[in-house]
Write a protein that binds this ligand. Structure first.
Ligand SMILES: NC(=O)C1=CN([C@@H]2O[C@H](COP(=O)(O)OP(=O)(O)OC[C@H]3O[C@@H](n4cnc5c(N)ncnc54)[C@H](OP(=O)(O)O)[C@@H]3O)[C@@H](O)[C@H]2O)C=CC1
Ligand SMILES: N[C@@H](CC=O)C(=O)O
Length: 346
C-alpha cells in the first residue's frame, strides 16, 4: 500500500522524518507492505515543492545543503514550486498531511488552519505539533470522524515514546487515577547539565543545538510545553475537557545554580513534574519544579529522557521511560502514526 505524504513545516523533525523514510524504505516495503511517498514539502522560509509521483529525497537534501532552502530542487516536468501550506494541503494528491510547524499553545495556529483544511479535504493528519491538540482536540477529532479520516499525534507527548498509544491500547479496562512524570526534554536536559556545573544559559544553548527546544524556548523553561502535554494527556486519556488555564504552571526560570548546588549537597535533585489526578471523574492538572531525593526513580531520569507513571486501579503503577525530545525520536513518532493509519485510505 502506498501513502502519499505532504510535510507541512520542514524544520528539524520534518528533515529527520525525511531521512527515516529514505533509510527505512526497503524495510517498510518488505516488512509492512507500506510505501511512503513524499509528494510535497511546504515550509515558510525554505519554500515549497511538489510532484505527483513523489519527490527525490536526494535532491531535497542537495538543495538544503546549498543554502538551507528548497529553492534549488530541480524543476523537472511535473514539479510544482511555490504552493502555500494550505494550497499544498488542498490542491495536491497527498492523502496524508504531516503537520510539523512550530507549536503555539496559545492560539494553536497556523496548525489548526492546516489541520481543518486537511480533514475537510478528507485527508489523514499526523502531527507532532501540540498546539491544535491542546487548543482544539475535541473539535478536530469530531471533524476527523465526520470526514472518515484519522487524526494521529503520538509525538505530541514524549516524542517517539508511546505515552499516548501505550495506555490507549494496552491499559484498556483500567481506571487511571493519576498520571505523573517528566514531560519536557529541554528542561530535564538543562537541570541535568546545571547539576554537573554548566550555567543556565549554556545548558539552554546546548538543548537548542540538539534540536530539543521549541522555536520559542520560553515555552520549555516557563513550563508551558508541559502544561500543554498535561492538557493532552488529561483530555485524550481521561476524557477530560481541560484548557491550559485550568493547569497551574511554574517553570524552571527561578531555579538558580545555588539551588541546584544545595540540592546536590543534600542528595536531592530538581525535576519539573507534570501531574494529573482523576478523582471520580474530577480531573486536575499541575506543573511545577519539585525537589526529589536521589533515590526516587524519577530523580534518575537524566538529560532529554522523560518518564511517565500511570496509576491504574487494576494493573497498579506502570512507568514508561524514553526520549522526551529529539529529531530522529520525533521523526519516529511520525512514522509509527503513518504505519498505524488504516490500511485502506480514503
Ligand atoms: N524537536 C523535538 O524534539 C520535538 C518537536 N515537537 C514538535 O514538532 C514540531 C516541529 O518541531 P521542530 O521541527 O523541532 O521545529 P522547527 O522550529 O525546527 O520547525 C518548524 C518549521 O515550521 C516552519 N513553519 C512555520 N510556520 C509555517 C507555516 N505557516 N507554513 C509552513 N511552514 C511553517 C518553520 O519555517 P521556517 O523556520 O523555515 O520559517 C520551520 O521550518 C513543533 O510543533 C514541535 O513542538 C514535538 C516533540 C519533540
Ligand atoms: N521542546 C520539547 C519538545 C518535545 O515536545 C521538549 O523539550 O520536550
Amino acid at each position: 500500500m502506498e501513502q502519499k505524504v505532504a510535510i507541512i513545516g520542514f524544520g528539524g523533525v520534518g528533515q529527520g522524518f525525511l531521512t527515516i523514510v529514505e533509510q527505512k524504505k526497503k524495510q517498510l516495503e518488505e516488512q509492512y507492505n507500506r510505501k511512503i511517498t513524499i509528494v510535497s514539502i511546504a515550509d515558510l522560509y525554505k519554500g515549497s515543492v511538489h510532484h505527483d509521483d513523489g519527490l527525490s529525497l536526494q535532491d531535497v537534501k542537495a538543495s538544503l545543503d546549498i543554502d538551507g532552502t528548497l529553492h534549488h530542487y530541480p524543476k523537472r516536468a511535473g514539479t510544482i514550486v511555490g504552493l502555500s501550506a494550505v494550497e499544498t494541503i488542498q490542491k495536491t494528491n497527498a492523502d496524508v498531511i504531516v503537520e510539523l510547524t512550530f507549536t503555539d499553545v496559545v492560539t494553536g495556529e497556523p496548525a489548526i488552519t492546516h489541520t481543518k483544511a486537511a480533514l475537510q479535504a478528507k485527508k489523514h493528519v499526523v502531527m507532532t505539533n501540540k498546539g491544535p491538540i491542546v487548543k482544539a482536540y475535541n473539535e478536530l477529532k469530531q471533524l476527523a470522524d465526520e470526514n472518515g479520516v484519522s487524526l494521529l499525534f503520538e509525538g505530541t507527548v514524549m516524542s517517539g515514546t508511546p505515552a499516548l498509544r501505550m495506555p490507549l491500547e494496552t491499559l484498556k479496562g483500567n481506571d487511571i487515577t493519576k498520571i505523573s512524570g517528566i514531560f519536557n526534554g529541554t528542561t530535564n536536559y538543562m537541570l541535568t547539565a546545571m547539576a554537573s556545573g554548566r550555567s543556565y544559559s549554556e545548558s539552554l544553548e546546548e538543548a537548542k543545538e540538539k534540536g530539543y527546544a521549541e522555536a520559542d524556548p520560553t515555552n520549555d523553561v516557563e513550563g508551558y510545553d508541559v502544561q500543554g502535554k498535561v492538557v493532552i494527556l488529561a483530555n485524550v486519556l481521561l476524557g477530560a475537557n481541560l484548557t491550559r488555564e485550568d493547569v497551574p504552571t511554574t517553570g524552571i526560570t527561578n531555579i538558580q545554580q545555588e539551588d541546584i548546588r544545595k540540592a546536590t549537597e543534600q542528595q536531592q535533585v530538581w525535576k519539573l513534574l507534570g501531574t494529573i489526578t482523576n478523582e471520580q471523574g474530577i480531573v486536575k492538572g499541575e506543573v511545577k519544579p519539585v525537589l526529589l531525593n536521589k533515590t526516587n526513580p524519577l530523580a534518575q531520569i537524566e538529560g532529554a529522557t522523560n518518564a511517565v507513571t500511570y496509576s491504574c486501579d487494576l494493573s497498579g503503577e506502570i512507568t514508561l521511560i524514553g526520549a522526551g525530545a529529539g529529531i530522529s525520536e520525533t521523526g519516529f513518532a511520525v512514522l509509527i502514526d503513518i504505519l498505524s493509519l488504516p490500511k485502506t485510505t480514503r
